[in-house]
Structure formats: C-alpha cells, structure tokens
Design a protein around this ligand. Structure first.
Ligand code: UD1
Ligand code: UDP
Length: 361
C-alpha cells in the first residue's frame, strides 16, 4: 500500500495526477490518503478535493495553524500511529511545506521508505522555511522525483546518489493541462466584469513580504498606483488577509481599482491566470503555471527555486522591491517569448507512478 500525504493548497495539484496514474497503472496497489490539515479553510483545502478528483482523505490529522515547531510536532504525533497501524510500503510526500518534511521524518523513523515529488528545488536562501523543508526531505527520501534538470543537478551537488533521482517532470502541470479548457470556458473574469487580457492577477503570501509591515505597505501603495493603469484582481491568501487587516490597509485598497477576493477555486484561478494581461506573485506554483500558459509573470521575491521559469518560461524576478511594480507597464511592452519546458507536458504523473512502482519492486 502507498500512503500519500497532503496538507496545504499547492499539495493537492501536485499529488492528484500521481494518485490517479498509480490507480491506472496498478489498481491492485492500495492507496491511503492522509490530509494533515495544515490548510483547513474550505477555500484552501476542501474545495480542491472534489474539483481535482482526489478521494476523500482516509485520515485527517487536523493539525491546523501554529508555529513551525507546533505544526511539525502535530504532524509527527498524528501521523506516527497511522503509519504504525497501516504499515504502508511507501510514503509519498509532495512539495516543500511543513507537512512535507514532518511526514517524511515520521516515516523514516519507522523505517518506511519515502518518495518526494518535486525534489531538488533550491532557492539557496536559508531565510525561507521551505528551503529547509526541501533539503531535509530530499536527504530523507529514497525516491527523489525531480521536475527539471536544475533540480537534478542540485541533488547531485549535494552528494545524493544519481540512482535515487528520477527526472519525471512537473505533476502540477498535469493538473493544469487536464483542467485548462474547462477553466477557460467558465470565463471566471465575468464575475468581476473584466475582459480577457485586460486585468492583472495578483497573489502574495510569503512571510518575507507580507509579514514585513513596511514591505506590505509599500506593496499595497504600488498596487493602488498600478490599478490606475488597469484593473487588478487579488485573491487574498489567509496569511495576507490577516496582515492587511492588522495594518488597516483594506479600506484604501478597496477604494482603488484593486479587487480583493477570497482565495479562489482551482478552475476559477486557472482561467483567470490563462487570460490575464500579467500575473504578479510570490507563489512558487504560479511561476510555473504562467510559464506554461505563456502569460508574463513578475515575481516579487529576491530569488526563485524555479530557474527554468526564467530561462525558458515567462518569469521576471523583480526582487522583493515593491517599488519595481511601477515598471510593470513598460516591462509589458516586451513580447513574451520562451520555449516549452522539457517534461512539463501533462504526463509527469504517469512517469512518477512508474517510479513509485519501481521502488515498490
Ligand atoms: C504554507 C507553506 C508555504 C506555501 C503555502 C501555500 C510552510 C512553512 N509554508 O504557507 O510554503 O507556499 O502554504 O499556500 O509550510 N490560515 C488560515 N486558514 C487556512 C490556512 C492558513 O486562516 O486554511 C492562516 C493562519 O492564520 C495561519 C496562516 O494562514 O497561521 C499561515 O498558514 P501556514 O500554513 O502556517 O503557512 P502559509 O503561509 O499558508
Ligand atoms: N491557486 C488557487 N486559488 C488561488 C490562488 C492559487 O487555486 O486563489 C492555485 C494555483 O493555481 C496553484 C497553487 O494554488 O496551482 C499555488 O499555491 P500557493 O500559491 O498557495 O503555494 P506555492 O505554490 O507558493 O507553494
């Protein structure tokens, strides 16, 4: 039996294609889906299960929010008895959130092999909590499933044996490929009276940006100024919502051309991404999706662990410098170019499932 652990929003898009492909390739292999509950609001979790065709989780740990130590400890405490009782042959973790590392650690301490989907990403920025999650998870894992060549090279540079590393491509893009036509046909922009290619789409949630009151304030000012140029639609992550409210910024934003919404369901967000004039973000997954959609992406961070989105995709890393948001209208004048990214082709889940079956022997 293979145990899949998910917990936070981007996990669902990455795990669903692998679960589906494993069921297709080896229906006889049992599957156990554990949801840690790191994300728990309906629009950060439940909404994605049905939409992405994930089964109802067999086990929900309900760990909720808290400090890094609290979240990790609750996963360790909650997952251990589940793994002891069910004794899966393999534990699959995805991405780089706290649930990922804590689940991998729980499994290896019980001598269970771990496969890590989206292995090898490195920002080389130790201030990012995800960087520790990624690195440590990779070093705990038996199967390292990478989505790009630079990830393979990062693992090699850390001395990880090539035999453990498998370049399978990007499973999050499988989800995009599967849902894109539906997402576009639902014309989600109409709900805000927007037109395709007219609006900018914004998502921000990194603590380095939104937990810094000065940076958040400057970002909001820059967004308000940019919204004089064209409408901006900003589905707000709950971390960011809390920071905007505590800094009393909501009223000024809402009085401008910036439309704030709750976090959106996957299809609605994907449709909006696919027809945006540009996307401004600090999300990892959104840098990847815009690259495949060939929509210009501006990343409000100092670095990216996804260099292929800059080299072959549509990503421009602005830096954590909100004042650079003012450059967007002139930067948009340059045509969007780029090449298809190898193995980001909608079939990574199939290749990932084949690797899992190989590990299972
Ligand atoms: C987490 C991941 C991050 C990922 C992001 C995806 C870690 C360290 N961070 O960041 O890598 O990019 O998820 O969205 O794992 N909250 C709610 N409702 C929810 C979830 C969160 O209100 O359903 C609020 C809580 O106040 C919570 C805060 O958001 O304290 C942050 O949530 P948390 O899961 O700790 O980190 P994220 O910022 O979501
Ligand atoms: N996403 C979504 N609704 C939203 C914002 C994002 O469905 O309102 C999707 C997005 O298309 C991508 C994933 O969430 O598939 C990215 O998750 P997030 O930005 O929370 O995390 P990160 O990728 O930064 O870890």
């Amino acid at each position: 039996m293979v145990c899949f652990v998910v917990g936070a929003r981007p996990n669902f898009m990455k795990a669903a294609p692998v679960l589906r492909a494993l069921a297709d390739q080896a229906p006889e292999v049992g599957r156990l889906l554990v949801h840690t509950g790191q994300h728990y609001d309906r629009e950060m979790s439940e909404v994605f299960l049905a939409e992405l065709g994930l089964p109802t989780p067999d086990v929900s740990l309900g760990i909720g929010s808290g400090s890094h130590a609290e979240q990790s400890a609750r996963v360790l405490m909650g997952l251990e008895p589940v793994l002891l009782e069910r004794r899966p042959d393999l534990v699959v973790v995805v991405g780089d959130v706290n649930s990922t590392l804590a689940s991998a650690l729980t499994a290896v301490k019980l001598d269970l092999p771990v496969a890590h989907v989206e292995s090898g990403l490195r920002s080389f920025d130790p201030r990012m909590p995800e960087e520790h999650n990624r690195k440590l998870t990779d070093h705990l894992s038996t199967g390292l499933l990478a989505h790009s060549q630079s990830a393979v090279e990062n693992l090699r540079n850390e001395g990880i044996d090539d035999a453990r590393v498998h370049l399978v491509g990007n499973t999050m893009i499988d989800t995009l490929v599967l849902h894109l036509d539906r997402a576009r046909s639902e014309a989600p922009w109409e709900a805000w009276n927007l037109s395709p290619r007219e609006y900018g789409l914004v998502t921000l949630h990194r603590p380095a940006l939104v937990d810094d009151e000065r940076l958040l304030g400057t970002t909001v000012e820059a967004l308000i100024a940019l919204s004089a140029d064209r409408p901006l639609l900003f589905p707000v992550h709950p971390r960011t919502r809390a920071r905007i409210e505590s800094a009393c910024l909501a009223e000024a934003i809402e009085a401008s051309g910036v439309i704030l919404t709750e976090p959106l369901a996957y299809g609605a967000f994907l449709g909006l991404e696919a027809e945006a004039a540009f996307v401004l973000t600090d999300s990892g997954g959104v840098q990847e999706e815009t690259s495949v959609l060939r929509i210009r992406c501006f990343t409000l961070r100092d670095n990216t662990e996804r260099p292929v989105t800059v080299e072959l995709g549509t990503n421009i890393v602005l830096g954590a410098q909100p004042e650079r948001i003012a450059e967007i209208p002139s930067l948009l004048a340059a045509p969007v170019q780029g090449d298809p990214i190898p193995l980001w082709d909608g079939r990574a889940g199939e290749r990932a499932a084949a690797v899992l079956l190989k590990i299972l022997g």
